[in-house]
Design a protein around this ligand. Structure first.
Ligand code: PEP
Ligand code: MG
Length: 587
């Protein structure tokens, strides 16, 4: 039976494919296809892992005296039985043979199938055996991991899907760092139960430019392994097991979207200028150095936001040192061939925790409200050694191109003074060590209402500002951006949000400071005219959004748009007025 589930739209377009359910705790399992010639060896890996786990369990059993630990021995017997159960052994093999999944993926896919069956059992005793099954699979995955060392890593490029059913990943939750590993993966769509439209998981999904829906609440419970799914990334809808008519309708939309995309692609090399001749800078947001390639390909004229924290995440507590960071920043700077690269200092905390094992993370766990806690620049200033390393690494990269430093979550002038001091110390260290660096501009992210309100002071301390609308909305409206239960109140059109953005742009322009928007609003065509009307001439967004925004810029008359701004700002319903008034000023 076909079911519809509503969530938050994240990424445009339509994906149609088979569900791959992944337990949230197992998203770090490698997912890749094997070649036809590898089937035998992959099945052998599985068998070896099973033999190894069987020996482990038998050895364990022999170590515990049965008379003293009868319960434990019985439990080990259950584990041994589960290990050899057809449902696990044979069915896992089928995922490898029929679908060409690697062994780890096959194992976690089958675990999801059996876990569902356990969940549905009436008998309490049997239902509780699910935990035992999970432990057995955990052992098997560990055994596979031990074999995997020394083997070539999983292919990082998406394989050609010809003849293969496209796959859609469904999970209850995916951490931003885990999401990152799915970039260039086998999946053509994503669905998660939790998350808001601008949660960092959603942002990474959007940067992958594939249809995604987050905050779909019970999706991972409703969907079964291998179900056919449609992910409507525009409407935020997931359709499970669609009827043939619905499927045909969506296939038609998919083809139309492809045609539209191909048309937009032609704008790639067209300069971004309004009808009345105003140049508008379109920059890229990136999460990883390799994303610089997508930025260049999309025609970005620089990087407006490099979210450097992704270099710090998912590393089991070991942070990247100065040399490693320098290599990453230099790579991006060189890839951008003289175009500006804005590197934001590390912004961990809130919904971007560091790895579970790190001391810093532990501290975050004890924070009552991480979005209001030791996040972003607050954390950097609390960790002077780490901050110094990052500043030195960024400064050293400036010897290879145009680099700007962007400070996240600025709220206090005292923080500015501390940042300036840290920057001076970093320069001093580099001079002493004989490392070259160039002049770098220092910028503030305006993402806390307090910062927007003290713009006249901030412009005296900073060379440029960049408006982080994702957090500005969160902190203005007191809505956790990652919480789907309040996502209907996360409203970029709220007059208070619009006023703060308009004021920030106006104050920066008056002071002659470069101002950009790097939050998700910059890449949303619904806001392009409004932001142009406010005087914005620099937008930073996911590379995949650049062409659509450019199309709007090319059709806009910036001067006449600005004349409409007072009316839009004065109304109680800015969204409606903006759509009628401002759109009438475009051609
Ligand atoms: C923002 O807050 O708008 C922003 C660009 O930063 P991030 O989304 O990484 O918090
Ligand atoms: Mg932010």
């Amino acid at each position: 039976m076909s079911i519809q589930v509503f969530g938050q739209p994240v990424s445009r377009g339509v994906a149609i494919g088979r569900a791959v359910l992944v337990a949230s705790s197992r998203v770090d399992v490698a997912h890749y296809f094997i070649g036809d010639d590898q089937i035998e060896s992959e099945v052998a890996r599985l068998r070896e892992a099973r033999d190894a786990v069987a020996s482990e369990l038998v050895a364990l059993k022999s170590e515990v005296p049965e008379e003293a630990h009868a319960e434990l021995v019985a439990l080990l017997d259950v584990h041994l039985m589960l290990l050899h159960d057809e449902m696990l052994a044979e069915a896992t093999k089928q995922w490898i043979v029929e679908r060409r999944y690697n062994a780890e993926w096959a194992m976690s896919a089958q675990l999801e199938v059996i876990a569902r069956q356990f969940d549905e059992m009436e008998d309490d005793y049997l239902r509780e055996r699910k935990a035992d099954l999970e432990q057995v699979v955990e052992r098997l995955l560990r055994a596979l991991g031990r074999q995997a060392s020394g083997m070539p890593p999983a292919p990082s490029v998406a394989r050609d899907f010809a003849g293969e059913d496209p796959l859609i990943l469904v999970a209850s939750d995916i951490a931003p760092a885990d999401m990152l590993q799915f970039k260039r993966s086998v999946f053509t769509g994503f669905v998660t139960d939790v998350g808001g439209r601008t949660s960092h998981t959603a942002i990474v999904a959007r940067s992958m430019d594939i249809p995604a829906v987050v905050g779909a609440r019970e999706a991972s419970q409703l969907v079964r392994q291998d179900d056919w799914l449609i992910v409507d990334g525009d409407a935020g809808v997931l359709i499970v097991n669609p009827s043939p008519i619905v499927l045909e309708e969506y296939r038609f939309r998919q083809r139309q979207l492809e045609l539209e995309r191909a048309k937009l692609d032609r704008l790639r090399h067209t300069p971004s200028v309004t009808l009345d001749g105003q140049p508008v800078e379109l920059l890229a947001n990136i999460e990883q150095p390799a994303d610089a390639e997508a930025a260049i390909a999309a025609g970005a004229v620089g990087v407006g936001l490099f979210r450097s924290e992704f270099l710090f995440m998912g590393r089991e507590g070991r942070l990247p040192d100065e040399a490693e960071q320098f290599a990453a920043y230099r790579w991006v700077v060189e890839a951008m061939r003289g175009m500006p690269v804005t590197i934001r200092t590390v912004d961990v905390g809130a919904d971007k925790p560091l790895d579970r094992m790190s001391a810093h993370e532990l501290r975050h766990e004890h924070t009552l409200n991480p979005a209001l806690g030791l996040r972003a620049i607050r954390w950097s200033l609390a960790e002077p050694e780490m901050f110094g390393q990052q500043l030195r690494a960024i400064l050293r990269a400036s010897a290879y191109g145009k680099v700007r430093i962007l400070i996240p979550m600025v709220a206090h002038l005292a923080e500015v003074v501390q940042v300036r001091e840290a920057l001076e110390r970093a320069k001093q260290d580099l001079r002493q060590a004989g490392h070259a660096f160039s002049e770098v501009e220092l910028g503030a992210m305006i993402e806390i209402p307090a910062a927007a309100l003290i713009m006249p002071a901030l412009v005296r301390y900073f060379d440029f500002v960049s408006i982080g609308t994702n957090d500005l909305i969160q902190y203005t409206l007191a809505i956790d951006r990652a919480d789907e239960s309040v996502s209907h109140l996360y409203d970029p059109w709220h007059p208070a949000v619009l006023q703060l953005i308009a004021q920030t742009i106006a104050r920066a322009n008056e002071a002659g400071r470069h101002v950009s928007v790097c939050g998700e609003m910059a890449g949303d065509p619904a806001f392009t005219e409004l932001l142009l009307a406010m005087g914005l001439r620099s937008f930073s967004m996911h590379p995949s959004q650049i062409a659509a925004i450019k199309q709007r810029v090319l059709r806009a008359d910036a001067r006449s748009l600005s004349l409409q701004l007072p009316a839009v700002m004065a109304t109680d319903a800015p969204q409606e007025l903006s759509q009628t008034l401002l759109r009438s000023r475009t051609h």
